[in-house]
Design a protein around this ligand. Structure first.
Ligand SMILES: Cc1ncc(COP(=O)(O)O)c(C=O)c1O
Length: 468
């Protein structure tokens, strides 16, 4: 079998990766003159790519003289294509960090990128571009297109119980930009803000970079421990993920929601609700937004990164009316506005019902993956594992009995070509969560999930370091 590493996360197209790899192996003499290459169909199956991808790579190499096609016989390495001056690259045996399609990456927060409705999106984009009035191609308004904000207001009211008018919405470049705008809007350098512990370091860094002092309040299986808030004097805001805490996955119950809102009222601070993946709920009734309980006190942040694709960089803020003008100005100073054409495309995509159909389809698929992941964890680790936060979203947390995710254990897992994410990486207080890992399943097939968990088992319970 031909050893041909490809990297699906690379920005280099698969055809180009296969072409470059084969070309390199021929130049170096790893593939020798006269050697027969695998049939395109067989290689495509081995690599898990479409046959056209392999055909195109082969065609390019044939056109450049590296390969020759013999009618009725197959494809062979041509004579005279070895170039020994080329420095040889260490290869074949996978080293500790190979660029390989064998990796199974349980990274969280990535939707199934193969199932992004790209054809529909492309069709609408084309129509939008062709039909757009001249003004669309000029500078737009900082808050974003009215057609998207109106569509979004109705959608959020219907699906999340968010109470707002279109003029309370500002379209942003993903939730990431929304966090930065909120920090500038509500706080000045030196001010204190409250974040959940654990929380993604990227989000912490956004606030720290603006000179804010981050105070952590720990999260348990029922979300933010709101009874601990009173120990923090005068924070400017509290950032929460009440629908599905990131990363622990807890859902904030109504009692804590009320306690949080009461704390905000008493201290005069704002609650910032990050509702990043609430649409994928697998059991129990959907939990409405926190914003719906107190629209004057809560800033709501949403994103299309999980329900459509991170690459769109489309998110939004829903603000109490008093904050809209100042936030609009901050958005203008940041990047003038988010792409108008993308906004119109998204508005039409939602209006035609495509978004809700896509979410319904994906929810089914993700539920299946989540069930397979649950089952694989229980089969492999039985009562040594407790599953947390799996009712919603694109990830869950596995809490292992007696297993610490130390550097040594992580190295063993890496040697099995599996990537898992210790909750410790997100923890502000390093004395908790050392036995928990975050497992994202949105962008993994059920086969990959099963194989990944079996490898995790081998890595944890043995010292062998090869893939089985
Ligand atoms: C907790 C949380 N909220 C929101 C987001 C979404 O960010 P964006 O909309 O910028 O892609 C992320 C990114 O993964 C996240 O971890």
């Amino acid at each position: 079998m031909l050893w041909l590493p490809i990297d699906r996360n690379s920005s280099t197209p698969l055809i180009r990766q296969i072409y470059l790899e084969l070309r390199q192996q021929i130049l170096q003499g790893t593939l020798t003159a006269g050697q027969k290459l695998p049939a395109t169909r067989a290689l495509a199956t081995q690599l898990g790519v479409s046959r056209n991808v392999v055909l195109e790579a082969y065609d390019q190499l044939i056109a450049e003289g590296y390969l020759e096609s013999r009618a009725g016989s197959g494809t062979y390495v041509a004579q005279g294509a070895t170039w020994s001056v080329l420095p040889s690259q260490p290869r074949s045996e996978p080293a500790s960090e190979p660029d390989s399609a064998d990796w199974i990456d349980f990274r969280s927060g990535i939707p199934d990128l193969e199932r992004v409705p790209s054809k529909l999106w492309g069709q609408i984009t084309k129509q939008v571009g062709a039909a757009a009035a001249a003004e669309v191609f000029g500078y737009g308004s900082p808050e974003g297109r009215l057609e998207l904000r109106s569509t979004l207001a109705a959608y959020l009211q219907r699906t999340r119980g968010v109470i707002c008018q279109p003029d309370q919405i500002i379209i942003t470049s993903g939730a990431a930009q929304a966090f930065g705008l909120v920090a500038k809007l509500l706080a000045a350098p030196g001010d204190t803000v409250v974040l959940e512990d654990p929380t993604p370091p990227e989000i912490r860094h956004i606030f720290a970079a603006q000179g804010l002092t981050v105070q952590a309040v720990s999260v348990d299986e029922r979300g933010l421990q709101t009874d601990k808030l009173s120990a923090i004097p005068e924070p400017r805001f509290v950032l929460v993920t009440p629908s599905h805490q990131f990363p622990l996955g807890s859902v904030l119950p109504i009692q804590r929601r009320i306690e949080l809102l009461e704390f905000a009222r008493t201290t005069g601070c704002t609650v910032v609700e990050d509702d990043y993946d609430s649409e994928f709920r697998y059991e129990g009734t959907p939990v409405s937004s926190l914003q719906g309980l107190d629209p004057e006190r809560v800033i709501y942040i949403g994103t299309f990164s999980k329900i459509l694709a991170p690459a769109l960089r489309l998110g939004y803020l829903v603000l109490p009316p008093a904050y809209v003008a100042a936030c609009r100005e901050l958005k203008r100073l940041s990047d003038l506005h988010t792409s108008s054409l993308e906004q119109i495309t998204l508005a039409q995509f939602i209006q035609a019902g495509h978004l809700e159909r896509h979410i319904a389809r994906m929810r089914k698929l993700y539920r299946q993956r989540r069930n397979v992941l649950r089952q694989s964890l229980l089969e492999n680790f039985s009562d040594c594992v407790k599953i947390l936060g799996d009712s919603t979203g694109l990830h869950l947390v596995a809490d292992f009995k007696n297993i610490e995710f130390t550097a040594e254990v992580m190295q063993r897992i890496k040697q099995k070509y599996v990537k898992v994410y210790p909750v410790l990486n997100y923890a502000i207080d390093p004395n908790q969560h050392s036995q928990k890992v975050v497992l994202g399943y949105g962008n993994l097939s059920t086969d990959a999930i099963q194989t990944g968990i079996a490898r995790l088992n081998q890595a944890i319970y043995s010292t062998a370091s090869t893939i089985q």
